[in-house]
Design a protein around this ligand. Structure first.
Ligand SMILES: C[S@@+](CC[C@H](N)C(=O)[O-])C[C@H]1O[C@@H](n2cnc3c(N)ncnc32)[C@H](O)[C@@H]1O
Length: 383
């Protein structure tokens, strides 16, 4: 298959982190947006991105591009495309979209016109038609239609890349896997120094850290991607890419990874998830108050994602916890880089230490900050 435009989507604010990942994988990033990056590549490149990218959501491979003023234009132009080379008549597909066109009041109508064009073309050329519906587990076609610009992509991921397949027990409010990976990449942690994750909850950050430190691609664990349902999918090439990734994965992390939580049920969940990710024996788990978590050596990253306090009355208690995080950083984490991920700026002030950097993220719809603290001795004395 020829090279085409590839749009890799992400959560808002993750575009720059994703761009750094794409460059490290050897792809030239042509444009960075808040919610993704553009590049050029082959279908095999798109498969590789699905296997390797940690902070992405979906990899969209461009099929066709044209101008359409109204739904009839959309139908006609889409029907001219050779869908019989993309979809199997016995297969299944769904249509997703982002539409901003004055003739369309409801995206579902645009999706339906595109679906009709695909089905009519398939019937004419093959005498049969694939089934269609809302599921993401087979072929997914993505329609971008803003003003009169139409781009139709094959969504090679289907389910978002953040669904690595290891989350067996979500415990409470787990962090999205791609967000956790983006945070880790943003810290600049190189995977060789210790990574300590008190308040680990279901273990997302520690699991992502273990995979980074082992050079283990996050997509290795997953059994189904939308690219597998493309008519031109070559399973031999996919097996080759997977084998290459397996060969390049270290048998254990290069760094010590520690995860702790005060709640035994959180540690139980974290262990189950780590086991499903194939990294359980590479993480040291402990049930304890965050302040009693082991901090090995004199250099590394310590990362906490405390609760933000949404209900009335919770905030006062949490202020005490945030202040204690500041004390923990001062007393026990000298030489480390400390990070707190929080959606509550007032609480973050209670930490009482000067931040060396703040990065904006969203956790779902919550405006969040990743606060960085340089915990070397001199800076702590000043604070
Ligand atoms: C927002 S959750 C972390 C979610 C986690 N990032 C994930 O992906 O699942 C906060 C965690 O802090 C833990 N926690 C609260 N107070 C604690 C304390 N004093 N010491 C250790 N852990 C604590 C809770 O049990 C909870 O699991």
């Amino acid at each position: 298959m020829d090279k085409s435009n590839i749009f890799v989507t992400s959560h808002p604010r993750i575009g720059p982190v994703l761009a750094s990942e794409m460059s490290a994988l050897g792809y030239k990033v042509e444009k960075i947006e808040n919610m993704g990056v553009y590049a050029t590549g082959s279908f095999t490149d798109a498969i590789r991105m699905n296997l390797y990218l940690r902070s992405a959501n979906r990899v969209l491979f461009r099929l066709i591009q044209f101008n359409a003023d109204n739904p009839e234009d959309l139908y006609k132009n889409s029907k001219n495309f050779e869908w019989e080379n993309v979809l199997s008549p016995q297969g299944y597909f769904s249509v997703q979209s982002s539409v901003r066109n004055t003739t369309i009041k409801d995206n579902r109508f645009a999706n339906l016109r595109l679906k009709d064009a695909i089905v009519d073309r398939m019937k004419e050329k093959t005498g049969a038609r694939p089934n269609s519906g809302p599921l993401y587990d087979a072929s997914v076609i993505f329609l971008y239609w803003h003003d009169d610009d139409v781009i139709i992509y094959y969504d090679t991921s289907g389910e978002t890349i953040s669904r690595r397949g290891y989350r067996k027990n979500p415990f409470k409010a787990p962090m999205n896997e791609s967000l956790a990976a983006a945070i880790l990449i943003r810290t600049g942690w190189d995977g060789t120094e210790p990574f300590v994750n008190p308040m680990c909850g279901s273990g997302t950050a520690a699991i992502e850290a273990a995979m980074i430190s082992m050079n283990k691609p996050p997509g290795l664990q997953r059994e189904n991607f939308s690219f597998m349902h493309h008519r031109q999918f070559n399973s031999r090439i996919y097996r080759m890419l997977r084998n290459q990734a397996i060969v390049n994965t270290y048998s254990k992390p290069k760094a010590k990874i520690i995860a702790s939580d005060i709640n035994p049920l959180a540690i139980k969940a974290a262990k189950e998830n780590a086991k499903a990710a194939g990294v359980a024996r590479h993480i040291t788990f402990k049930v304890c108050d965050f302040s009693r978590t082991e901090i090995p050596g004199h250099k590394g990253v310590v990362f906490l994602n405390p609760e933000y306090g949404k209900r009335l009355g919770e905030e006062e208690n949490l202020k005490i916890i945030y202040a204690a995080i500041g004390d923990f950083f001062k007393k026990s984490c000298s030489g480390y880089k400390g990070y707190v991920f929080s959606g509550n700026p007032d609480l973050a002030k209670s930490i009482g230490l000067k931040t060396s950097r703040r990065t904006e993220f969203y956790n779902g719809k919550i405006d969040c900050r990743l606060l960085e603290f340089d915990l070397y001795k001199g800076s702590l004395r000043e604070a």
